[in-house]
Design a protein around this ligand. Sequence first.
Ligand SMILES: Nc1ncnc2c1ncn2[C@@H]1O[C@H](COP(=O)(O)OP(=O)(O)OP(=O)(O)O)[C@@H](O)[C@H]1O
Ligand SMILES: [Mg+2]
Length: 422
Amino acid sequence: MFVTAIDLGSSQIKGVVVDVKRDGTVVAVKTIKKKSGGIKKGEIVDVEEAVKVLFEILSEIKHFDKKCIKNIVFGISGSKSKFLVSRGVISIQRPDLEIISDDIDRVIKESLAINFPPGWQIIHSFPREFIIDDIEVDDANVVGLSGRKLEANVVLIAIFSSIYKNFTKMTNLVLGKKADIDGSLIFNPMAGERAVLSKSQKELGSALIDIGFGTTSLSVFQDGKIFSTKVFPIGAGNITNDIAIGLKCSIKTAEAIKITSGCAFSKDVSTKEKIDLSQFEEGQSKEVSKRYIAEIIEVRVREIFSLVNEELKNLAKSQKLPAGVVISGGGSKLQGILDLAKEELRLPAQIGLPNLSEIESSHAQITNELDDPEMVVACGLALQKVDNLKKEGPFRFAQGSNYLISEPWYRKIIKLFTPSED
Ligand SMILES: Nc1ncnc2c1ncn2[C@@H]1O[C@H](COP(=O)(O)OP(=O)(O)OP(=O)(O)O)[C@@H](O)[C@H]1O
Ligand SMILES: [Mg+2]
């Protein structure tokens, strides 16, 4: 069975096609990387443009094997998103007081009966903790336990309706109106961690920071569970713009300078080292010190980390994540980023690469392409989708321990509470 994961990034669409073998092994058979269109700051703003690019990608995938399109999952992002935890409470009235799966449906339904602002579409809802008769239960599966009162802290993730509408328009156009997109959409900050954070990092307390082109997303974990997520509308594309303004050069030159000679930690860069702009752009004759370029970059990267730190402060997690931060996304490839992260956030920091012990590759070339912090979300999407398919039962493997994302029974409930999309 094939699963295709597509990360709809603001600058590039990244994807991976995996073959899920009968024994549960996940083998990457194809990777995708293409300049994106119609996506700005993680949001689909021009459906036609986005469809054009996606059509090309899907025909390339179909050419590889038509079956790849059957199980497809898209990652969606954007700062117009909300993360909240809602409490549902029900009483168990059967004489034996045993909790059955209908009770789980009921308690989630209760948690959804909150004053959610209109104009937002819930895309994920899953119980994070269960409390039976005021005692928190560690087990994620409470069916079969007994009690008089069942409570659940349910995580709700919503995106602004216009973004969701554009997403469904796009999938209708590329996959056909009848395509079942239930479970085909995962919020990017919820996907990446699956490929990069270990159980112990999530247990101890850690955060994943994905620095993309137009956005930086933050996902915080504690006690093995998601604690919060947030997307900021700022990313590595802003650094390029700053360099273009600072050096009065084209965006193309600024991007090349950032990638070949940029550094986020200016203290480490000598003032004596110079770069000749003529090697990047005709008509430019200036020489600039690498230190000056690093200073431009550092200001912007500090701004990104200070936004992250502000949010950590709001969550009372600033300097309080024992397993530190893991940084992924194209922006994490900037030289000196870890030193700056450690200084700004006062936490241990490391670069996040997809954990390839869970994804084998059909060729060494694919391993090389996946071994890249830009591919974290695509790999996470594929692994999450595989987890969900395993739970739905077409396979006979043991169940994974991941989120109950977009499970059909939750979906049914969500639909009761959200307006239909037309
Ligand atoms: N070696 C590098 N050094 C510095 N920056 C880099 C490097 N490689 C890529 N980048 C930057 O990473 C960004 C693209 O990263 P990525 O593909 O993760 O973004 P995206 O997913 O398209 O955007 P978003 O997640 O914001 O929607 C670009 O701004 C690019 O300049
Ligand atoms: Mg991205």
